[in-house]
Design a protein around this ligand. Structure first.
Ligand SMILES: Nc1ncnc2c1ncn2[C@@H]1O[C@H](COP(=O)(O)OP(=O)(O)OP(=O)(O)O)[C@@H](O)[C@H]1O
Ligand SMILES: [Mg+2]
Length: 269
């Protein structure tokens, strides 16, 4: 997720600005959440990484939790387990006040028997424990939680996310969650969760369509009057991957055409 060494960020100035404004609100004590949707490869993680880098540099605690495609055998609370491990407190400190988190804090063993005996109470204790741990961390320094690939979140993680976002208030906390919109088929279980979440006052749902062709040309450094961009596959005009490839080797991806050429049509790609 972190940007790391790689091609420079193309475009996304407005999007990054909007995220930074949400983060600034959280730093001032208006907790919020952004649910960022977009097709695979459109740049959700890249943008989250850019925000995370800027946030870390500003002294904000950044924790990341990734959902994984574990098939029919889900790993309960997986992204939140990673989030807890990333908080700047030791596992022992976390567990002192919140024994229900024992199964979630990596290396802490199974949950205690008296808590695990009642599954419903167990769930509530886990939800409350995670919310409390984030609240405590946010009291020390503002916190940015990045949750990646919610389309793979299992039921326990979706429910815990709903619990957390319904309790956003004056914590210095921003949750940025990404998911692939092209993975959400009609009966995907995340759809119901999202429909509930976007009704919460502190939650914003942002959906990225692929960028228009002129944006892609601008990103790639290729201009339409001079070049006709040959895209590797459709629909690729808004893909930053394609734009970065064009930028690094424009001769491969584009070729000059005479302005009068019939092939130089605005619809050809
Ligand atoms: N604005 C951008 N400028 C330059 N490169 C970008 C930009 N956006 C994304 N990329 C690059 O494109 C690739 C795919 O981006 P990214 O992993 O962020 O997509 P994604 O939306 O998170 O996809 P997925 O749904 O598969 O997780 C990465 O190599 C990333 O660095
Ligand atoms: Mg991603």
């Amino acid at each position: 997720m972190a940007p790391g060494p790689g091609p420079a960020l193309l475009g996304r100035v407005a999007e990054l600005g909007r995220l930074q404004a949400e983060l600034a609100g959280a730093v001032e004590g208006r907790a919020g959440a952004v649910l960022l949707a977009g097709d695979a490869g459109i740049g959700k993680s890249r943008l989250a990484g850019e925000l995370a880098t800027a946030a870390s540099a500003a002294g904000i605690t950044v924790v990341v939790g990734r959902c994984l495609d574990t098939g029919p055998a889900p790993l309960p609370y997986l992204p939140f387990s990673e989030v807890l491990a990333g908080l700047p407190v030791s596992g022992r400190e976390l567990l002192t006040d919140r024994p229900a988190l024992r199964g979630l804090v990596p290396g802490s063993g199974p949950p205690p028997e008296d808590v695990a005996a009642d599954r419903e109470l167990d769930r509530l204790a886990v939800f409350d424990g995670v919310a409390g741990a984030l609240r405590a961390a946010a009291a020390q320094a503002p916190v940015l939680v990045v949750l990646e690939d919610l389309h793979w979140a299992d039921r326990s993680s979706r429910e815990l996310l709903s619990y957390l976002l319904a309790r956003l208030g004056s914590q210095r906390l921003l949750v940025l969650a990404t998911y692939r919109s092209d993975d959400l088929h009609r009966r995907h279980p995340l759809r119901r969760t999202l429909a509930e979440l976007v009704r919460l006052p502190a939650v914003r749902g942002w959906s990225w369509a692929r960028s228009r062709r002129p944006t892609c040309w601008r990103w790639s450094g290729t201009t339409r009057p001079r070049w006709r961009v040959r895209c590797p596959r459709r629909p690729c005009t808004g893909s930053p991957i394609a734009a970065a490839a064009m930028r690094s080797s424009p001769r491969r991806w584009s070729r000059p055409v005479a302005p009068s050429s019939p092939r130089h049509s605005p619809t050809s790609c």
